[in-house]
Design a protein around this ligand. Structure first.
Ligand code: ATP
Ligand code: LTN
Length: 334
């Protein structure tokens, strides 16, 4: 018998428009989205509902949401292949999140390390949205019955909680949600700050030299890598206590596809100076086409609007079906 093509598996992921995307976002998540869209039925969202869990100026949120959407397109996500949308445009997310709140336990939420980190950082605004953040993320994923969720290592705990919530709901009301798996890259799942390699590279670091922005100019990328904190060994190899070099090797490996062994061989006898320049050049070349495409897109607001409207329409079509099933199961009259 001819091999009938099985229906494609589905992926979902999202990113918050809380600032300029970093090389960490790119390597840990976005780059994989682009690769996976070829094989999977894909949906990707700009998580603006999640963004307001931290106080953000409305004008800034508006601008960053549009810029973030343009970046999705600029990195190579193809609106013909993937559904690209803005989370708040599909109100089913907020609605399912409320329902899932009622199937999530207080104790589970208090154990989330992101909640602990963010509430320590923003002690004056520990709002309920920040607390319930993971059940909204669960709603994002479960609405589309995603099989796979490409994320960086920091989101693993949230994905596990999503599975717990899905399992609980399925157990109570019969099979409703697909059990999602995380897709966390082997190399680059946690890109570290260039200034403090013990901390995650984050968008909101007060030191600009700590992170590379996807849209940084080549000269800024080179300068930041040259200033990256390393150690006094002066030998390029992956090892304990060499977090700065380990991080640069992870970045270089993710961008070039070279293994750590190959990198060690290529830089045998060379110093950190040469290595830093090589990493910078590889990153500059990787990001150059992204910046060029972004510069074109961001000036075409009408085109962007047509894309995000079409994306929201397609996403709504899928989300609506799941939500009505859920409402029926919990006992709401239709
Ligand atoms: P914020 O600082 O506002 O919390 P964030 O960059 O940590 O932002 P998101 O923008 O929502 O959070 O992250 C989008 C994706 O990028 C997620 O899958 C996350 O795991 C991944 N990611 C974020 N930072 C890194 C990093 N340093 N290394 C690898 N992946 C990362
Ligand atoms: N919580 C994620 C962003 C996010 C997400 C999602 C990721 C929101 N909804 C659904 C994967 C699937 C973060 O903070 N990085």
């Amino acid at each position: 018998m001819e091999n009938q093509t099985a229906p494609k598996k589905r992926i979902f992921s999202a990113i918050k428009p809380t600032g300029s995307f970093t090389l960490g976002n790119y390597i840990g998540a976005l780059k994989n989205w682009v690769n996976l869209q070829e094989e999977y039925d894909s949906l990707f969202a700009i998580a603006d509902l999640h963004a307001i869990t931290i106080r953000i100026d409305p004008a800034k949120l508006r601008a960053q949401t549009l810029q973030s959407y343009a970046i999705l397109s600029a990195i190579g996500l193809d609106p013909e292949k993937s559904i690209l949308f803005i989370q708040s445009h599909v109100h089913e997310h907020a609605e399912l999140a409320w329902i899932l709140n009622c199937y999530s336990q207080f104790g589970e939420m208090t154990r989330m390390t992101q909640f602990k980190d963010k509430s320590a950082k923003h002690a004056d605004n520990i709002n309920l949205g920040l607390f319930a953040y993971p059940s909204l993320m669960a709603a994002d994923i479960l609405l589309y019955n995603a099989d796979l969720v490409p994320i960086g290592a920091d989101q693993k705990q949230h994905l596990e909680l999503t599975r717990t919530i899905a399992q609980r709901f399925n157990g109570l009301y019969s099979e409703t949600f697909t059990m999602p798996e995380g897709f966390i890259p082997k190399v680059g799942a946690r890109i570290m700050s260039l200034q403090n390699p013990l901390e995650k590279m984050g968008k909101s670091d007060s030191n600009e030299n700590a992170y590379i922005k996807i849209l940084d100019k080549p000269e800024d990328i080179l300068r930041k890598f040259k200033r990256a904190v390393t150690d006094s060994d002066a030998k390029v190899f992956y090892g304990e206590g060499k977090e700065g070099i380990n991080n640069l090797m992870s970045i270089y490996s993710s961008v070039t596809g070279l293994s750590f062994e190959q990198i060690e061989r290529d830089f045998d006898g060379k110093g950190y100076g040469d290595f830093k320049v090589a990493v910078a050049e590889a990153v500059i070349e990787e990001l150059r086409p992204v910046r060029e495409k972004y510069d074109m897109l961001i000036n075409d607001k009408a085109y962007l609007e047509s894309l995000y409207k079409a994306g929201a329409e397609k996403a709504t079509y899928i989300a609506r079906k799941t939500l009505s099933k859920v409402k029926r199961k919990v006992g709401f009259i239709s």
